[in-house]
Design a protein around this ligand. Sequence first.
Ligand code: FAD
Length: 468
Amino acid sequence: MIDFLAHCRSIVGDAFVLDSSADMAPFLTDWRGRFTGKALAVLRPASVDQVAALVRACAQWRVALVPQGGNTGLVLGSVPDAGGGAVVLSLARLNQIRLVDPVNRTMTVDAGCILQQVQEAAAAAGCMFPLSLAAEGSCTIGGNLSTNAGGTAVLRYGNTRELCLGLEVVTPQGEIWSGLRGLRKDNTGYDLRDLFIGAEGTLGVITGAVLKLYPQPKASITALAALPSPAHALQLLTLMQDHCGSSLTGFELMSRYCLELVAQQFPSLPKPFAAPHPQYVLLELSSSESEQHAVGLLEQAIGAALERDVISDAVVATSVAQSAGLWQLREHIPLAQAKAGKNIKHDISLPVSSIADFIAATGPLLDAAFPGCQLVCFGHLGDGNLHYNVAPPDGISNEDFLLNQDKVNRVVHDSVAGFGGSISAEHGIGALKRDELAHYKSAVELNMMRAIKAALDPLGIMNPGKIL
Ligand SMILES: Cc1cc2nc3c(=O)[nH]c(=O)nc-3n(C[C@H](O)[C@H](O)[C@H](O)COP(=O)(O)OP(=O)(O)OC[C@H]3O[C@@H](n4cnc5c(N)ncnc54)[C@H](O)[C@@H]3O)c2cc1C
């Protein structure tokens, strides 16, 4: 393998082939600190041509490669396995905004651009790129595309897939496919772009993308509503959609336990209500007209919800700082969980209408199997997406509880399947959920996926062991 690494050095230069343990360490452990893999080296190309040359070298030497953006993925997709025979291909140095076209409402970016950098470049051109998630200061657009990330604005703008018009990809053979088209209509055969989005680096390396831009809303307003139950949250969703239409841009459910965890771990964050409530919904409304319009819509809808006993109480943010404070409560739930200890995570999606029934049915099943376990249940209710995490009962260590991971997954995922849902809503499959995918997908679906993988990557060098 010395010759292989020399080949890589000849492509990117000595400084950008990292092979000491210390230099490679940040690239080998996943964000949650649950797994550390091994690699021959970390390769850090600075151009699309360098990516293509490195992939050709990997194909020639039969070395597997793991594409990596910000390494914030939550399903062990971006780190290599423990074998030590693969390389990590970091896209971080491909970080240029190539073109902003406000008339076509598109921007063309390198895959290694940080999401926040993309949002800021759109704003500088008077537009908005609506993808938003708590990891936006570190995750890259290539990673967002490869996981088809969701985030907090899916209700109005869709997942990353819906925000992308074109891609540039280096194929597993090291060819460059330039599909950087800024077209909203293009029916010219199979949609190759859609194959690479959500493929988690198993079919090729995304090096660039054409992204959709939107007008910046004139005003956004945030409120936190307190409710007796998830069923009330569904009633509130229907009421808000009827009253506010597409102005409703965020609808996030959080249980009482979630906000208690945030208060314990981050005591300086706001505590909007004097007394606790069983459930909360964080609402965001955006208006293309004015702040007055947004406030009017929200006040009318909240008034109707209070009148019909759909909600028990509500706090409306009256300043940008208050609005940010309410969003911080939502965004700090994963961070509070990480500080509190390890838990067994599920990123599930369900038909929106089934969510309350799912929550009502699944809690008792878990409690019967693991008495006293704690549910950290929150998520993008408007998209039918719950983060349904199970923490150990008091007195049981994280390590002991994690030994039950397979059994806990089976209870939760069987229930999800029973309600017609999906075992991965927005985080992907990676290595973490590969066996679960095999358990729940039909043979027909798995065979089609395997056929696509074999056709595009016959040597099996692209992120092996992930998804399939
Ligand atoms: C605090 C926190 C909050 C989060 N919130 C959300 C959320 O609300 N919604 C949501 O959907 N996700 C969320 N995530 C997870 C989300 O998947 C990632 O944040 C993000 O989309 C991954 O981007 P990344 O650049 O870090 O990718 P990485 O973690 O580096 O990689 C993710 C996967 O994509 C592949 N990949 C990366 N770049 C490329 C490329 N250029 N070409 C081909 N394959 C590539 C990798 O091989 C891997 O399989 C959150 C994560 C954290 C840590």
